[in-house]
Each structure stands twice: as structure tokens, then as C-alpha cells.
Design a protein around this ligand. Structure first.
Ligand code: F3S
Length: 104
């Protein structure tokens, strides 16, 4: 499965949802997650993310985020169309240590 990681926080570009063939993204206020039970591991979303937030679960960066993707995908609404990203999304791109800013 693929996992959305910290880089997505406050960027929420949503290019990922447009390419997902199984619509497995779920949206919070400033972050998206992937439902691990629905992801078919196709990988098309990974290169679409301008923030490089999506990684395969084999990636070291995935470990800390796998549970967050699993739990929030059960709570947040499904998203299948790209909306308007935050106005300051570009400013948050590549910023480190955003984990505490995740709006749950
Ligand atoms: Fe987030 Fe990247 Fe999608 S910033 S909303 S994972 S395109």
C-alpha cells in the first residue's frame, strides 16, 4: 500500500485524488490519507504529488504514518475530486517538522 506522509500537511495539493483509480483518498482539513484496505498499490499517485508526500509502505518514511492513514481514513470523508489547495500551500512545501500541525 502507499502512505501519505508529513509533507502533505498544509500543502494538500490534491493532485493525488485525480489519478487514483480506486478513489481511496480521505480528506481532513489540511491533510489527506490513503485507506490501506482500498489501495491497490498501483503507484500512480506517488509522482503526482508536488510535495513528494506519498511513499510506498516499504519506504522508511512510511512507518510513522501508516497507522495515521489507517485510522483517519476510517473517520474522514472520501475525496475523489481535486479542490482548491490552501492559499499558502506553496509556502509549506518542503518545510520540516509539520507533524504537530496536522488538523485532526
Ligand atoms: Fe497531499 Fe500531495 Fe495529495 S500534498 S493532498 S498527498 S497531492
Amino acid at each position: 500500500t502507499y502512505v501519505v506522509t508529513e509533507n502533505c500537511i498544509r500543502c494538500k495539493f490534491m493532485d493525488c485524488v485525480e489519478v487514483c483509480p480506486v478513489d481511496c483518498f480521505y480528506a481532513g482539513d489540511n491533510f489527506l490519507v490513503i485507506n490501506p484496505d482500498e489501495c491497490i498499490d498501483c503507484g500512480v499517485c506517488e509522482p503526482e504529488c508536488p510535495a513528494e508526500a506519498i511513499v510506498p509502505d516499504s519506504d522508511d518514511r512510511a512507518a510513522a504514518w501508516a497507522e495515521i492513514n489507517a485510522s483517519y481514513s476510517a473517520k474522514w470523508p472520501n475525496i475523489i475530486r481535486k479542490g482548491t489547495p490552501p492559499a499558502d500551500a506553496e509556502e509549506w512545501k518542503d518545510k520540516p517538522n509539520k507533524k504537530d500541525l496536522l488538523s485532526a
